[in-house]
Design a protein around this ligand. Structure first.
Ligand SMILES: *Cc1c(COP(=O)(O)O)cnc(C)c1O
Length: 371
């Protein structure tokens, strides 16, 4: 017995999306970003489907530990680096590659006494070119690189990276500024470089550099406002679905659900699907949000409750109890739901709760190339 609400993870879509990213990235190596449990798709399962990536990118050493425990031997970059001295022996033991973005981390490294036999740590150094979240000022870079070079327990030539703040908007002037600052900062260093995330790769392929760091596109999620991943040639990697568990005829003038936000304009069939905000479907979407019932789009009506949503079936007279319902994924881009929910697709796929069953699927949609 299980609840009908399930997130189906399309592993062949992940693999095909990686192949497409590789083609776009031409000679650059591809870091598959799998932070936040693989953008909510499940870390180990996503890593299996993306095993051809040149490296995985995770947020924390703990995620790196999970990947190593699952047997992954690929390079693993810890994008937020480390934040306590006790992390360093673990990073070494597991051959994780931390991003160094702050003096505090350099001080921890300088205070470390790892012993002559300890494996060298391979480090990435983040430069703040304008996002002002993580990273060293460009002017500080030579000093940082020099300090790292003093440390026998650190590999020569850290990989130099920066992160875009607005790459989803191709003509935002900050992009050109960040690229200029990055190019100027790294010019004097003989080191590998990495700048582009998903949107950066699409908009500025000339700055794919040595490594692209791609998350969203691998999951088939658009990173460009107004476009869906499908329109960009990528396949959705998650379909959130459930079933209709009731169809009721509700009389004209009666309202549906909590707070009575939807009043029936006529006698009408109302479908009830077994999914709600307790599963991670956003509570604040309005009546009219699209839902697929056995392949046909119908509008959600009334409030989303914890376990249930209600839909207007006037346009779908053949709907039956037990019909499959899709909230987003194949046939209904997550970007459309994100737009009405006032968020981005990433937040929706990251938000699946523990009670949602995950199902693995290796098919690609009809007509899709296998990449
Ligand atoms: C999350 C992240 C990425 C991937 O971003 P996408 O938009 O999902 O491609 C790349 N680099 C860094 C530093 C990140 O934190």
């Amino acid at each position: 017995m299980s609840r009908a609400a399930a997130a189906t993870i399309h592993l062949a879509a992940l693999t095909a999306n990686l192949a497409r990213v590789r083609a776009l990235a031409s000679r650059a190596k591809v870091m598959a970003v799998v932070k936040a449990d693989g953008y909510g798709h499940g870390l180990e399962r996503v890593a299996r489907a993306l095993a051809d990536a040149d490296a995985f990118g995770v947020a924390s050493p703990q995620d790196g530990q999970r990947l190593r425990a699952a047997g992954f031997r690929q390079r693993i970059v810890v994008l937020s680096g480390f934040d306590e001295p006790g992390d360093l022996p673990e990073l070494r033991r597991l051959a994780l590659e931390p991003v160094i973005h702050h003096d505090f981390q350099l001080e921890l490294l300088e205070a470390e006494r790892p012993g002559p036999a300890a494996p060298r740590l391979r480090c990435w150094v983040e430069i703040d070119t304008g996002m002002h979240r993580l990273g060293f000022d460009p002017e500080a870079l030579p000093g940082v690189v020099a300090r790292l070079a003093e440390l026998p327990q650190v590999e020569r030539a850290p990989i130099l990276m920066s992160h875009f703040a607005n790459s989803d908007v191709a003509d935002d002037p900050s992009n050109a500024r960040q690229m200029q600052r990055f190019d100027a900062a790294v010019a004097a260093h003989d080191a590998e470089r990495s700048l582009a995330n998903s949107a950066g790769l699409l908009h500025f392929p000339g700055h794919a550099a040595d490594w692209v760091r791609v998350g969203g596109l691998l999951y088939g999620i658009s990173v460009i406002e107004g476009r869906t991943g499908g329109e960009l040639g990528f396949h959705p990697a998650m379909t959130l679905g459930t079933r209709l568990i009731a169809i009721n005829r509700v009389r004209a003038g009666e309202s549906v659900g909590y707070a009575g936000t939807f009043a029936c304009p006529e006698d009408m069939p109302v479908g009830v699907a077994a999914i709600g905000y307790g599963d991670g479907y956003p509570r604040h979407v309005a009546s009219g949000t699209p839902v697929l019932v056995r392949g046909r789009e119908v509008p959600l009506i009334g409030r989303v409750s914890m376990d249930l949503v209600t839909v207007d079936l006037r346009g779908h007279p053949d709907a039956r109890v037990g019909d499959p319902v899709v909230l987003w994924g194949r046939g209904l881009p997550v970007e459309r739901i994100a737009a009405v929910a006032g968020t981005i697709g990433y937040e929706l796929t990251c938000g699946m709760t523990r009670r949602v069953a995950f199902v693995e699927d290796w098919t690609l949609p009809d007509g899709a190339g296998a990449g």
